[in-house]
Design a protein around this ligand. Sequence first.
Ligand SMILES: Cc1ncc(COP(=O)(O)O)c(C=O)c1O
Length: 377
Amino acid sequence: MIPYGRQNIDDADIEEVAKVLRSDLITTGPKVREFEEALCDRVGAKHATVISSGSSALDIAVRALDLPRGSEVITTPFTFVATANSILHNNLQPVFADIEPGTRNIDPESVRKNITKNTKAVIYVDYAGHPCRMNEMREIADQHGLHLIEDACHALGAEYRGRKVGTFADMTIFSFHPVKHITTGEGGAVMTDSEDLDGRLKMLRHHGITKETPEGLEKGLDYVYDVSALSHNYRITDLQCALGISQLAKLESFIDERTRLAKMYQETLPGIEYVEPPEVDGDVKHAWHLFTVLVNGKDRNGLFKYLRGHGIGAHVHYIPTYRFTYYRGRFKLSPKDFPVTEDVFQRILTLPLHPSLEEKDVRFICDKLAAYDKKEP
Ligand SMILES: Cc1ncc(COP(=O)(O)O)c(C=O)c1O
């Protein structure tokens, strides 16, 4: 099966991990800080907190805002469920906005319509690696006094109007899962320019522990610490960070390769009338985490099964969050309230895209897509 995404790990990556295995500190050691500094250099943010996953990064980002219980946070339903879960984990109310059909990103107009006096933050997702309309998101946030969290798990290396993703929102989240641009196995990061938020994020990564002295204990003793908030063990290891540093040095070449293969799809697919390539705005650099198409006039599930039958790991990103049993049970949500998300969900298909994919694979996938109409078995 040609996978829709996969890691690209070479001998140099393996050697960096092996060096840590031979060292004294295999979990929180010097590689954690080094990886954070490398990420800051790469995206231009002042602070980074690297962590066990993109999901835990989202969780502590929301927690760091310390919002009143029950506050509303607007987000997109067209994402991995971790985005909305981070709101629920923090006893807040997710409010879903609709999306734009071409980029599948949150629709700023729909965000505006959903703002109430209880709205405190917006979490937007740069779907597939295409940055959202940052200027509009910032305008909305400033107008209504809202916090902004950018779920950029798909968008490491992307740019909006010449500026790198990582500094637009109050906090930006990355994921280093194996299908993402770079990997640490599992892993993630929160980027911010705020020293105050950075301090809270580092504390929340590690059980809410600080080196402050709790009441009644003697100052200046090495064993003394305090717990100032409730959190989890979300630490990432030095082993993972060594891999992350080595992978990050190759980000540009990974994105170049993704872009080259995406261009091949974009040039070939318009010849197949029932397959509609995604829109790309002129003012973005796309990071091409996913290549998704809309299927027109044919049954998407039929095409999905046909591709899988030919060894092509097509996928569907995403089942909208409001459709899941847990969310339906907890909230009064109707697919009818999200006409664009529903239409896109019924027709969308992810085609394989990753740096180890070869040109012949893309040609094979496009040939099979074209042959579907001819009812090839
Ligand atoms: C948009 C989005 N947000 C959050 C996550 C969660 O990241 P992780 O798998 O690293 O926990 C993912 C991962 O698939 C994602 O695609």
